[in-house]
Design a protein around this ligand. Structure first.
Ligand SMILES: [Cu+2]
Length: 509
């Protein structure tokens, strides 16, 4: 793809306005529509699907504890923009090809409003999935301030719907966070990083077949998708003009399968202030950010003393991660152009203390679950990844009791790192430990090969997505609640999620 890098400026998605604000609640309506998007000034416009007809969707800003109702409306055309694989679970010919359901990633939400993959609906709710319950979702937002995102979650076509453009930011704010005097307003910028490939005519390219095509099938799912360009907030390789002062960036990896390892090209320090689900106890100085699909960090970059300079966010993550092909790698991401002078004096701060974290003790865990990540071949010879050796339709096996604490052992038997996401709750990473995969495959016993490794400092906060590395057991601890009911957990590489690497789970009373 030959386009000039850092030619177009970074767009910042508009904040969605509510339709109605009543006593103790706010009501929004969001329409999903086909739209034409200028992803780069040298490319023809791209037909995409966007919430409110824009890509990325508008940012939804809520206050911690605010009750929010959202009516998500599908106004999409009846034909999909992208090639559907009808052999994939839930995507057979017996369901409408264009179906949607919205999940707010990281939201603590009742199960009926969580966007269950089988709770999909079509244009005008003409057809709905078997788990569809209601049109207007309710979010009580009983979380601390954090950076979340909303995106499509329809069974069997999530990878296509998100790739088509159905993603946006959902920010939870709070008085407590405001009191910290972090950079705010126009100095608080969300960055949605994604990869896409475009055809000459500007339209989105998504493969119909893997590298070695499956002859029996016209369209087949691919093991992973890696695009040829990087988009930030819907622009290919944009630049951002900044003042020489502090900025807060909310960095989200919204890519299908690509991981990022981001650094500034002059090796500048950044301060990480949060993990997926909220602030860290203290800011940490970092030179590098690793983000698997769906992971987020909030960082502060101080551009003071850099007036007049240009610095660039670059990426050196292998794709697939961590043992990638060099041909898939993309270095350039986003350029900052620092103005010579500030417009206003920077009075924001990077406080030494941010927020106390609840500590979940192993002693309080009532249940240990050993859950494998498996790598198999299907009848067409395609890669098939499973959780606990079970497909989506197998009976529910993860059934934690409301209010109890569990430890999950994610036993990765595959050669890839998988970002494992659990709906409803946040968790803490206990540790990772290398183990003997061959022995496990033969005897189903964990033989550790090294000491347990504490999570990286950058991960020692509230998480909802964890990187489970190959040859390692990753242990996470969480308390299930405050809602009971049906949720899901899955790999957030969307090509894996759509092809069986997803499981229902139920919180029981
Ligand atoms: Cu995966």
């Amino acid at each position: 793809m030959n386009v000039t890098k850092y030619k177009d400026s970074l767009p910042i998605p508009p904040v969605l306005k509510p339709i109605n604000e009543g006593e103790g609640f706010t009501y929004y309506k969001v329409e999903m529509k086909e739209c034409k998007v200028s992803v780069h000034s040298e490319l023809p416009k791209t037909p995409m699907w966007g919430y409110e007809g824009i890509f990325p969707g508008p940012t939804i800003e809520v206050e911690s504890g605010e009750r929010v109702y959202i009516k998500w409306e599908n106004q999409l055309p009846p034909v999909h923009l992208l090639p559907i694989d009808f052999t994939v679970h839930g995507a057979h010919h017996n369901v409408p090809p264009v179906r949607t359901v919205v999940h707010v990633h990281g939201a603590v939400v009742e199960p009926e409003s969580d966007g269950y993959p089988d709770a999909w609906f079509t244009n005008g709710y003409q057809q709905v999935g078997e788990k569809f319950v209601k049109q207007v979702y309710q979010y009580d937002n009983c979380m601390n301030a954090c950076t979340l995102w909303y995106h499509d979650h329809a069974i069997g076509i999530t990878r296509l719907n998100i790739y088509a453009g159905l993603a946006g930011f959902f920010l939870v704010k709070s008085e407590k966070e405001r009191s910290l005097n972090l950079p705010t307003g126009e100095y608080d910028i969300p960055l949605l990083i994604q990869d896409r490939t475009f055809n000459q005519d500007g339209s989105l390219y998504y493969p119909k077949q893997p590298k070695e095509p499956v002859e029996e099938l016209e369209t087949s799912i691919v093991p992973e998708f890696f695009g040829e360009t990087i988009l930030v907030n819907g622009k290919v390789w944009p630049y951002l003009e900044v003042e020489p002062r502090k900025y807060r960036f909310r960095v989200l990896n919204g890519s299908n399968s690509r991981f990022y390892r981001l650094k500034l090209d002059r090796d500048q320090y950044m301060f990480q202030i949060s993990t997926d689900r909220g602030l860290l106890p203290q800011p940490i100085g970092i030179r590098e950010i690793t983000l698997a699909p769906a992971e987020r960090v909030d960082i502060i970059i101080d551009f003071s003393n850099l007036g007049g300079k240009r610095i660039t966010f670059i990426n050196d993550a292998p794709a697939p991660f961590p043992n990638g092909d060099a041909e898939n790698e993309i270095i350039d991401v986003l350029q900052f152009r620092i103005l010579p002078e500030v417009v206003y004096i920077d009075t924001s701060s990077i406080p030494a203390q941010l927020e106390q974290l609840p500590f979940l003790s192993e002693k309080n865990a009532v249940k240990r679950r050993d859950l494998t990540l498996n790598h198999l071949k299907d009848k067409y010879g395609r890669e098939l990844m499973l959780l606990d050796n079970k497909g989506w339709d197998a009976p529910i096996s993860e059934n934690p009791k409301l209010g109890t604490t569990e430890i999950w052992y994610l036993i990765n038997l595959t050669p890839d790192t998988h970002p494992i996401h659990i709906h409803l709750i946040d968790f803490q990473i206990l540790d990772r430990r290398e183990f003997n995969v061959d022995k496990y495959n033969k005897e189903k016993v964990i033989e550790y090969l090294g000491p347990s490794m504490a999570p990286e400092p950058q991960e020692r906060g509230r998480k909802d997505t964890v990187r489970a590395n190959p040859n390692e057991v990753t242990r996470i601890i969480m308390q299930f609640g405050p809602y009971s009911g049906l949720y899901v957990w899955h790999c957030h590489m969307l090509e894996h999620e759509d092809y069986e690497m997803m499981r229902p789970y139920i919180v029981i009373r």
